[in-house]
Ligand binder design. Sequence first.
Ligand code: PBG
Length: 327
Amino acid sequence: MTFPQRRPRRLRTTAAIRRLVAESKLDVDDLIAPLFVREGITDPEPIHSLPGVVQHSRGSLRQEVKELRDLGVPAIVLFGVPEQKDAMGSQAWNPDGIVQVALKDLRDDLGDDVVLMADLCVDEYTDHGHCGIVDIYGNVDNDATLELYERAALAQANAGAHVVAPSGMMDGQVLAIREALDDEGHTDTAILAYAAKYASALYGPFRDAVDVSIADGGDRKGYQQDFRNAREALTEIHADIEQGADMVMVKPAMAYLDIIAKARAEVDIPLAAYQVSGEYSMIKAAGANGWIDEDAVSFEHLMAIKRAGADMILTYYSRHIAERLSS
Ligand code: PBG
């Protein structure tokens, strides 16, 4: 047997050559930082299940986004925690609602320096914790809910959002929002659709972050995707693109790299992936116990998400990665 001429290890011999041939890159330009802003507080409040992440006051949010801008992070996505919740989630479209006033603050401070994205859903604002109007049988009424999303989209665009990001998984939500925005002249407001969003237990810490518990021990399996299904994700993504989505998202990320890769193969528009709260907290917890190297694992996971085909990543590690890349 002759020894093989091709020796892949030749290209692994020095750090410089590894850098040269690396297929995937993680850049600060790929990062979208999810941020929480809570009504009625003056100091930021820690979130026990999301170590290092806080519920911001309006003031601390402004400071944080300025610092992210200075670190080169191009985008944030904002979630609101209102003081009042009701059956419809009406604070989601109140012009004085927490996300709307916070968007105005940020637009005043930063203009177009940072892409301001607003998560568009009502679950943070409803007293039952569902992403829409609940009918007498306890189901979320798809078509009635679309009207709420239209109102929220307009309120967010009026407040200065560059991008609205519908996350409720109602059928037809992208088209409804696109038409509502266009009718009011918001033709430049883009839509990042949470297109393939799974009913995942990995959203647990997020629900602490936004003070949401779903009434009667309920779940979102009636509207978010079943994690046994992959082909269905492509159906969802194509539907959202046809309806006018400018960018599409797969969520969660790490356990769904097959979905990201499949989507990348079929989709030419920008593809986002959301490394969700539970993914972040698992790394944090194991790191805090000294069981894994948090810095290395977080970097490896984010790189894997890029390698699978995502153009951009929503991650609670955005600031950490930006600091690491700039040092
Ligand atoms: C819905 C929304 C959720 C997340 C983002 N948007 C929660 C849900 O669908 O239950 C989860 C994000 C995370 O876990 O980090 N507004």
